[in-house]
Write a protein that binds this ligand. Structure first.
Ligand SMILES: *Cc1c(COP(=O)(O)O)cnc(C)c1O
Length: 367
């Protein structure tokens, strides 16, 4: 796209694309653009950036992170199939499995995040998809991505990994044997809590089926929101470094406190999965959890006393957030049972201010 020297691509909105002749119209399969549903020159810039970062053959953009989970599941799971999903999965992914895949007569089985190569024992002739998420949602289990993907592929399944936490800057699933990498661009790539978007980056083997399904479903991303993600991508590296640094500082500080039972952060040397993390990831991000030494009422007092941390879902934006984690949908990866689990998203505020806010929370938790 010629941009006449402007450093950013224009926002190209559009449905109709005009053809020069009936011959060009008949031959539209060979044109770059023939209808807005397949994307515009603006969406193409973000697709190409993500494909490059993920080492992927192609990237599909969709209207939310959750749609980036459901699109590849719909693309590769058919009636009668068996699908393996990690038990520490983002819970709306599980909801899609039991509300939609089940109705499609797809059998969903949840597996232990620590299964590794032994996933081979769960593979059936009709297993079509193995779904991974690393680290696990809220509890941060680190899967052995290479061992699981190799066994899945040997058993004839495709693999997809929800890579939202690490971003492509800190983990590249396709380099570890996964076929597809999923992102909620809503989180760090968007980075400012003002949009929803998702992406699926696929290797050559899975790209055609993924793209066909996206086209058949009629979903893509809005070019205005794409331009916001393109803006976010320019500062992703520096923002992530700041989120990572302050989150790790605060995690280390939390570990020293008597009113904290444990801290679940993959980059902490004390974390159970730290070695598996270091072997596969090049860095961490700003989301982690800790177990409060207290009961559910203490957790409520802690959260209600916070003034900088907001109480809200999602993460990856500039602002710090805290939520009480509910793990009641887990069947295998139960998580710590020693007390209430609180998840923190560390934003871009000053570390000292955030620490003072958490201290206010601990004081209130004491009652
Ligand atoms: C937030 C999130 C999603 C969904 O993203 P939305 O844009 O909110 O739909 C999917 N996977 C993970 C791991 C997430 O954290």
């Amino acid at each position: 796209m010629s941009m006449h020297g402007f450093v950013n691509p224009p926002i190209v909105r559009g449905s109709t694309v005009l053809f020069e002749s009936t011959a060009a119209m008949a031959d539209r399969k060979n044109l770059k653009y023939s209808y807005g549903l397949a994307g515009t020159p603006t969406t193409k810039v973000l697709e190409d950036q993500l494909s490059e970062l993920e080492g992927a053959h192609g990237t599909a953009l969709v209207p939310s992170g959750l749609a980036a989970v459901t699109l590849p599941l719909l693309a590769f799971a058919s009636a009668g199939d068996h699908v393996l999903v990690v038990d520490s999965v983002y819970s709306p992914t599980r909801r899609f499995c039991h509300q939609v895949l089940k109705r499609m007569n797809v059998t969903v089985e949840y597996y232990d995040p620590y299964i590794g190569g032994a996933i081979a024992d769960l593979m059936r002739p009709e297993t079509s998809v193995v779904f991974l998420e690393a680290p696990g949602s809220n509890t941060f289990e680190i899967q052995d991505v290479r061992a699981i993907c190799d066994a899945a592929v040997a058993g004839g399944a495709v693999t997809m990994l929800d890579n939202t936490w690490a971003t492509p800057l800190h983990f590249r699933p396709l380099d570890h044997g996964a076929d597809m990498s999923i992102h909620a661009l809503t989180k760090y790539p968007g980075g400012h809590s003002d949009l929803l978007m998702g992406s699926v980056s696929a290797n050559r083997k899975t790209w055609d089926q993924l793209l066909k399904t996206q086209t058949a479903l009629g979903i893509n991303a809005n070019p205005d929101d794409v331009s916001l993600v393109l803006r976010g991508m320019k500062t992703l590296g520096v923002r992530l470094r700041q989120h990572e640094k302050v989150a790790l500082e605060l995690a280390k500080w939390l570990e020293t406190r008597d009113d904290v039972r444990s801290v679940l952060h993959p980059a902490l040397p004390s974390f159970t999965d730290h070695e598996a993390f270091k072997r596969q990831f090049s860095g961490s991000s700003g989301l982690f959890s800790f177990v409060l030494d207290g009961d559910a009422m203490a957790a409520t007092r802690f959260l209600d006393a916070l003034t900088i941390f907001g109480l809200g879902y999602s993460w990856g934006g500039h602002e710090s957030l805290a939520v009480l984690v509910d793990l009641s949908d887990r069947t295998i990866a139960a998580g710590p049972e020693t007390g209430p689990l609180i998840r923190l998203q560390i934003g871009l505020e000053d570390a000292e201010d955030l620490q003072a806010d958490l201290e206010r929370g601990f004081e209130a938790a004491m009652g």
